[in-house]
Design a protein around this ligand. Structure first.
Ligand code: PGA
Length: 253
């Protein structure tokens, strides 16, 4: 059975004290996870170790970094390497979030390099893709997102791509309160799975979790996650509220 994932993307929010309390509140919630269900917390770099300590020993919970650099180590002031990330207990790295693409000029080519260094160092990329509003407006979202996958991922081998988690996040739905409808999400997720199947075969494509992101909330998670190709969510705003994120976890199939 394909993995089902609720991933929290805290972005650049919360002090250490607030982050620690939020994590305690979420972890003490009533949710019961089945073996194919996972919760991932993508926390700011300074909180990775704290978060890793709190979830340790619980196989369903994991920590993610929100970014990494393309080099292993060296004179790159202010950057964070995959070795550093792994050494503080994170298992995942979010790559290609639209905010990084937009504000930090991360291109598909640079993301291919980041995907490589993450996989080569035994971490798992949580790779984001998604179209801006004008692309959706001209109904060319399928080709746009396909190109993001092709240019950043399609050099990978079957074994490598099988380790990935993909998140489809239409940019017009991120932080806007405007969610893609369950039908729009399903349509794109089915398209992505098709594109993956054409390159890697059905078996590989069927096993890759594809999460939806963009204004996921406690009130819409169940409908979104009930779609056959939607395997959970990457959640920004609502992941900063313990009760809301708890409902999202409980909405996993
Ligand atoms: P949002 O953010 O849930 O606040 O829309 C999602 C994301 O950016 O990952």
């Amino acid at each position: 059975m394909r993995q089902q994932i609720a991933a929290a993307n805290w972005k650049m929010n919360l002090t250490l004290e607030e982050a620690s309390k939020l994590l305690d509140d979420i972890l003490s919630g009533p949710q019961q996870l089945k073996s194919h269900q996972k919760v991932i917390f993508a926390v700011p770099f300074p909180y990775l170790q704290m978060a890793g300590t709190k979830i340790s020993g619980n196989a369903n919970y994991h920590i993610a970094a929100q970014n990494c650099y393309t080099k292993k180590s060296g004179a790159y002031t202010g950057e964070t390497s995959v070795d550093m990330i792994r050494s503080v207990g994170a298992a995942y790295v979010v790559l290609g979030h639209s905010e990084r693409r937009e504000y930090f000029n991360e291109s598909n080519t640079m993301l291919a390099e980041k995907v490589n260094i993450v996989l080569d160092n035994e971490l798992i990329p949580l790779f984001c893709c998604g179209e801006p509003l004008p692309v959706r407006g001209s109904d060319s979202q399928n080709a746009y997102v396909e190109k993001q996958l092709e240019e950043s991922l399609f050099h990978l081998s079957n074994d490598q791509i099988t380790r990935l988690v993909i998140a489809y996040e239409p940019i017009w739905a991120i932080g806007t309160g405007k969610t893609a409808t369950a039908a729009q999400a399903q349509e794109m997720h089915a398209h992505l799975r098709n594109v993956l199947a054409k390159r890697y075969g059905n078996e590989v494509a069927d096993n890759i979790p594809i999460l939806y992101g963009g204004s996921v909330k406690g009130s819409n998670a169940k409908e979104l996650f009930s779609q056959p190709d939607v395997d959970g969510g990457l959640v920004g705003g609502a992941s900063l509220l313990a009760a809301e994120f708890g409902k999202i976890i409980e909405a996993l199939k």
